[in-house]
Each structure stands twice: as structure tokens, then as C-alpha cells.
Design a protein around this ligand. Structure first.
Ligand code: PLP
Length: 358
């Protein structure tokens, strides 16, 4: 029976990427060895790394003066690595959720942090607007998609200081003007691959800002990984392979412009169902809604039916729709690999539940 996987992360991947990764685990390119048991410095793996970087550049339209890295440690390690490398006196942050808060917490150890705006008082259900970015900040940090709350910054903002974005959960979901960012990073496990790899896209001129006046351990210095081509130490070879396959799939589909259209169309199906429902209601403000994580709850008078709906959906092969514990209710993650059919199926199950329980 087909499962409909709405997990927030690790999350759904294109079936072909999983199948081809499984094949490469058994025998990489017919060389008679597993991807898992060859040197990361072998020509076979170097080819995987090179293609993954090239496809990332091609799919995202990354300009020449940027480097693409695949590292370990997750987005959470970047929360500390960014200020370690770039925070000299003050850094500005937009506080749009728990991930942003965690990034801010790490920065505090390296200098002053200024939170330019926050939506904390309403459980992060919107993206603040009309804030001022201090021109004396070393950088301005944003979280483009707030995985837990279902809000997203879907435009590339203008910043007077280097703009750094955590794009863990909406990477490669839409065309991005990379030239507006000094750095883009995230964990792979939400939209582009399995857990274990962290992507970093970093502008050349940011590297020049890394100075010797603070001790930066070798592994935490971006220059190390740029110079080493993500091979200073052993990179996460298997996740990188799956990212390559996901990237091939995306390119075949028509790239980020094509996937954005699909994502808009897909999200509309579920948002329309929520907006027209007597029982369900969305939690994020409409103009801040994410195309990747759709959060909703039951209206006050039906609150006691939330647990029953999770069970009802589970019995019908829907998995991963329980909302994050800080928001409650439901979260349907509708990443690139999610089909419109699965979303339509979820909507049908919601309608059926409403019919039986109103
Ligand atoms: C999941 C997530 C993270 C944490 O990623 P790890 O790779 O687990 O450290 C950070 N930021 C956002 C927006 C996320 O969704």
C-alpha cells in the first residue's frame, strides 16, 4: 500500500534518487565496489562530488564568484561557525522561529547580536516586515523557511550588509537570486537529500573577511573547506551521492523555475481545503505562508478531535502530519518530491473525516 509521507525532515525524496543510491551502495557505476567502501579521493567519488557541485550551481544559477561546499555537522553547526568566522562586533538577526533563535544563541558567544524584528509573541506565525537592518552589522541572518511554523520568505531581500540565509527547508524549491546573498546554508535532509550533509554556498569576498585575530579551529574555518574542495576531511559520501541524484531529477524536471510552479500549485490544493474547511484552520498569516510546510490545527470547538484525526490519517497510510510540539495540530510538509496526488489524497481524507465528525 502506498504511503503518503508528509514528514518535515528527514523527508520525502524522489523515488529515483533513492533507487539509484541503493544501486550505488551495491555497485557504483559497475566498478564492482560499493560507494560505501571506496576512497573519497578515488576518481569515482571525485566525479560524484564534481557533478553534485556542478548541478547545484546549474540548478540554482550560482554565479562564478561563489563556492559550493558539502560538509558534516548539520545546519546547527553552521549556527556557530558563521559568527566564529564573520562576527567581529555586531550581527543582525531576524527572529522568525526556533531555528533562528538557536542561531542567535550561538552568535552571542562571539559579539553583540541585534534582533531587528521578531514574531515570537504570536508563536512565529508571520514574517516581520518594515524592520531596519543596521548598516554597521557584520552580517544580517535570516531563516527563509520556518519549518516548524510554516512561514516563508519567498523573495530575495535587499540588505545593506552581507546577507546570510538558513535555507534548510526551502533550498531548491524556487528560483533564488544568489547574488543577493553572501552565504546560503542548510541541512540537506529537508528538501535535497538525506541527513548527514550540510550545504554551504559562500561568496568569494566573504572568505577575505576571515582574519587571524580570533582563533578559528581548522575544521570550522570556511577557508579550509573551500581550499580542500569539501575534501579536507572525509565528506559525507552517501548523502552527497543522493543529493547528486536528487539534483539530476530536478534538472530533468526543468529546474527550480519548473518546481516552483509545481510547488505553488500543490500548496494551493491544501491551503484552499484548509481555508474552506469548517473544522480545520491554518496557523500562519496568509501573506507569510510557506509552500514547504503547511501548518494547521482544528478550530477551538473541535480541538478534542486532533488526536483522532492523526490516527484516522495514519490508518489511511498518511504519515508524518503531526505538528511540531510547539505549535500542535498538524503539519503537512510538501517538499519538492511530494506529488500533487498525495496532497489531494490528504485533502480527501480531511473531507471524509469532517463528514464523519461534524
Ligand atoms: C531542520 C532545520 C535546522 C536544523 O538542521 P540540522 O541539520 O538538524 O542541524 C536548521 N534550520 C532549519 C530552518 C531547519 O528546518
Amino acid at each position: 500500500m502506498k504511503k503518503h509521507n508528509f514528514s518535515a525532515g528527514p523527508a520525502i525524496l524522489p523515488r529515483i534518487a533513492i533507487e539509484n543510491s541503493a544501486k550505488a551502495i551495491l555497485d557504483l557505476n559497475g566498478i564492482g565496489l560499493s560507494l560505501l567502501e571506496i576512497s573519497h579521493r578515488s576518481k569515482d567519488f571525485q566525479a560524484v562530488m564534481d557533478e553534485t557541485v556542478a548541478l547545484m550551481k546549474e540548478n540554482m544559477g550560482i554565479p562564478e564568484n561563489y563556492h559550493v561546499l558539502f560538509l558534516g555537522g548539520g545546519a546547527s553547526t553552521q549556527f556557530a561557525t558563521i559568527p566564529m568566522n564573520f562576527l567581529k562586533t555586531k550581527a543582525a538577526y531576524l527572529e522568525t522561529g526556533v531555528w533562528a533563535k538557536k542561531a542567535i544563541k550561538e552568535a552571542k558567544g562571539f559579539g553583540t547580536t541585534e534582533v531587528v524584528a521578531s514574531s515570537a509573541e504570536t508563536t512565529f506565525n508571520y514574517i516581520p516586515k518594515g524592520y531596519t537592518i543596521p548598516t554597521d552589522a557584520d552580517y544580517f541572518h535570516i531563516t527563509t523557511n520556518n519549518t516548524i511554523y510554516g512561514t516563508e520568505i519567498r523573495t530575495d531581500i535587499d540588505s545593506p550588509v552581507p546577507l546570510i540565509a538558513d535555507m534548510s527547508s526551502d533550498m531548491l524549491s524556487r528560483p533564488v537570486d544568489v547574488s543577493k546573498y553572501a552565504m546560503i546554508y542548510g541541512g540537506a535532509q529537508k528538501n535535497i537529500g538525506p541527513a548527514g550533509a550540510t550545504f554551504v554556498i559562500i561568496k568569494d569576498e566573504m572568505l577575505a573577511k576571515i582574519t587571524e585575530d580570533r582563533h578559528i579551529p581548522t575544521m570550522f574555518n570556511y577557508k579550509t573547506h573551500v581550499e580542500g574542495g569539501s575534501m579536507f576531511n572525509t565528506p559525507p559520501v552517501l548523502p552527497i551521492y543522493t543529493i547528486m541524484e536528487t539534483m539530476r531529477w530536478l534538472k530533468e524536471l526543468g529546474g527550480v523555475a519548473a518546481i516552483e510552479k509545481i510547488n505553488i500549485d500543490k500548496a494551493q490544493v491544501l491551503y484552499d481545503a484548509i481555508d474552506n474547511s469548517q473544522m480545520f484552520v491554518g496557523t500562519a498569516e496568509k501573506d507569510s505562508r510557506s509552500l514547504m510546510n503547511i501548518c494547521f490545527v482544528m478550530k477551538e470547538q473541535y480541538k478534542d478531535k486532533e488526536a483522532a484525526f492523526i490516527e484516522y490519517a495514519k490508518d489511511r497510510n498518511i504519515s508524518g502530519i503531526k505538528g511540531h510540539r510547539s505549535v500542535g495540530g498538524f503539519r503537512a510538509s510538501t517538499y519538492n518530491a511530494m506529488s500533487k496526488e498525495s496532497i489531494q489524497y490528504l485533502v480527501d481524507v480531511m473531507h471524509q473525516f469532517e463528514k464523519e465528525n461534524l
